[in-house]
Design a protein around this ligand. Sequence first.
Ligand code: HEC
Ligand code: HEC
Length: 242
Amino acid sequence: MKYLLGALCACAMATVYPALASAGTHESMGNVDNGRKIFLEGKGEAVPACQSCHGMDGLGNDDMGTPRLAYQVDTYILKQLKDFAADKRTDNTMGAMNDVAKALLEQDKKDVTAYVHTLKTPFMGSDLDGLRENDVEVGEAYKGEAIVKFGLPDHGVPACKSCHGFNGRSAGRMYPAIGGQRYQYIFNQLTAFRDGDRTNDFAGQMQAVAKQMTDDDIKNAAAFLTGAKPVAPGNPRAPVHM
Ligand code: HEC
Ligand code: HEC
């Protein structure tokens, strides 16, 4: 264990940390009022209300496999909408997002992103006990915590925090918040990156990570991340070596 920690510290020091997570960064991206209308009511025949699948508060839904959009980096949301529209990413879960994104004008995408950025209902993570009762296989959060902080050097899985920041709270515009995301959605995306069903990640970074992960690694990481908090207790600033 001593040996292991020594090795891990060395790799943590080699990591480049961005100054501060910019999950909250707001680019004056679009018209919040138009975005709210699309989110709550949809647009014409082709765009159903986003809230019908992502929830009024944008907190997502495990039964549907939809992600939490609230608290996500705005540039990342916009990128995903563009990628769905261009068929660079496929909605593997409900088969809905590609048509939805195609039916949104470029400006609509910015507007709905700007509205999502205003959603701030606190979220405690997926109800893991409830999922277990529904026979969903849920991993072990304590094992997932080690993956997020240190990775699994014995089979080549890097620490998630080296790209996604402390507890997966996001690290800049490219690296989405994965902490506080829905369990089912994290599970689905890791599986999709691993199996080649999602390939829209920059330079294949996420596929390379997921290909090293076993089914148990994926379940364990998802079980920790869904409840992971963006700051450490008692330290509202950026804990770097935690
Ligand atoms: C019919 C249900 C449905 C509707 C309506 C819907 N979504 Fe989605 N959305 C999904 C599902 C399911 C996924 C996950 C896709 C996957 O697992 O591959 C998703 C994924 C996304 C993502 C990717 C998030 C991430 O973390 O990568 C964004 C952004 C998004 N939706 C935005 C929207 C917006 C904006 C609207 C309204 C204009 C909308 N969605 C309407 C079902 C829906
Ligand atoms: C080398 C950098 C890197 C590392 C390390 C990394 N990721 Fe990622 N990850 C990314 C990038 C880049 C994306 C965004 C892909 C895109 O732009 O569509 C991403 C996206 C994701 C997503 C999808 C988020 C969403 O909202 O759709 C999940 C889930 C995820 N990563 C989980 C993990 C986990 C778990 C680990 C640790 C085992 C990890 N990542 C380690 C780079 C990384």
